[in-house]
Design a protein around this ligand. Structure first.
Ligand SMILES: [Zn+2]
Length: 394
């Protein structure tokens, strides 16, 4: 019995060649291709994959099925934010945040890793399923599977603040972009150490930034599209500096706010970490019913300034001076009027071209000291009340 079993094992070993730890274009739905891609990815990431774990299955789905599944996982509460974001010009007319996000995802998603189902969906857009692009896409999604396993990063969690969420998505997508690009370069026989990562992702960043003045929901564009080139640039440069070790260090000690990511792209040191959000302001509840509060971060400050003044490059430079912000969504309980108050602490904004414009204004948005103030739904006197009540530690 033993000898027979041994013989059987030997025959099996001879029939199936050992999996290779190297990327190669292959039919991504076949198990052999999935195992090879996973092993190559884990070698690239400097990790070991538990040999008993099956690589996540790959299922090809149509756009309608993508939309159906996205609807199942997109139930994040944004109820109090339609009016504030619309008044800032960050949300398209007649849309909610989940609708705007869903439309972007349905139009732009090539593949998804579903953390709940531990499964990869490839969206059928008529492209081959066995070439360099397909295999590199699989490497991208398997990076998410590895993140899910290592950090428990589920992708459907609620936000702590919009600013922190943007940092998290930038790191998650940045790492996946990096290994997707590394896989493609390996398959094309290009030396990744000699590859111009800054130019590659710099060009992609420029094309997303061009959309900031055009896309009808900048709130969606900044949160859904910007993390890919920004994260790719950040991670590509980290990899050039110290390979997967430097990438892992970034994942394990994330920047404290999105402005640090923007500053890092400029080769500048991080800003001091922002203070915690202010406690609930002392305001008369018969005039101000608090719905929600949030920190939008430098990414959305950039998007807002770009749309408000139509000067995209100046807006990016101005957003680098972001040091903290908080936005409050209120409602007047008597009239039902939505009230928005947004306060952004800056350092050196006044010296930038847009800062000069803001300092000369008497209507919102305007610069008061180092703070940019925006309000809607109230007159100047009530805005002054809001300003006094929201002056906290920072
Ligand atoms: Zn991704």
């Amino acid at each position: 019995m033993i000898r027979r079993g041994l013989l059987l094992l030997l025959v099996q070993a001879a029939c199936s060649a050992a999996p290779r730890a190297e990327f190669g274009p292959c039919p991504i739905q076949e198990r052999r291709c999935r195992v090879d891609t996973l092993l190559a990815l884990e070698a690239e990431r400097g990790q070991l994959w538990d040999p008993w774990t099956e690589p996540p299955p790959v299922v090809v789905i149509g756009v309608a099925e993508l939309e159906r599944r996205l609807r199942l996982v997109s139930a994040i509460a944004w109820g109090g934010w339609v009016d504030p974001l619309s008044s800032l010009g960050l949300l398209g007319p007649d849309r909610t945040v989940p609708e705007a996000d869903l439309r972007w995802q349905v139009d732009n998603t090539a593949a998804v890793y579903w953390s709940h189902d531990k499964e990869v969906s490839i969206v059928d857009r008529g492209l081959p399923l066995d070439d360099v692009l397909a295999t590199a896409t699989l490497a991208h999604e398997y990076t998410h599977a590895a993140q899910d396993r290592e950090f428990g990063m589920s992708f459907e969690v609620g936000r702590t603040s919009t600013d922190r969420e943007l940092v998290r998505v930038t790191l998650i997508e940045g790492e996946a972009e990096l290994y997707e690009q590394l896989a493609a370069l390996r398959m094309q026989g290009t030396d990744p150490a000699a590859f111009d990562w800054s130019r590659h992702y710099g060009e992609r960043l420029a094309s997303v930034r061009e959309q900031t003045l055009l896309f009808d929901s900048p709130h969606t564009l900044i949160r859904q599209a910007l993390p890919y080139p920004v994260g790719g640039l950040l991670m590509g440069r980290a990899w050039q500096r110290g390979r997967s070790t430097a990438v892992n260090q970034l994942m394990l000690s994330p920047p404290s706010s999105f402005v640090d990511v923007m500053l890092a792209l400029d080769g500048r040191p991080p800003a001091p970490p922002p203070h915690r959000l202010c406690p609930r302001p002392a305001l008369p509840t018969d005039r101000f019913q608090l719905l929600d509060t949030d920190r939008l971060g430098a990414g959305l400050f950039y998007g807002y300034l770009a749309r408000a003044f139509g000067l995209e490059g100046d807006a990016w430079q101005a957003a680098l001076t972001w040091r903290n912000d908080q936005i409050w969504s209120y409602r007047d309980p008597t009239s039902g009027t939505p009230i928005t108050f947004w306060r952004i602490r800056t350092a050196g904004l006044r010296e930038t071209p847009l800062g000069g414009t803001l300092a000369a204004r008497t209507e919102p948005p305007l610069l008061s000291g180092d703070d940019v103030l925006f309000w809607s739904g109230v007159d100047a006197a009530a805005a002054e009340t809001l300003k006094q009540a929201t002056t906290c530690a920072w």
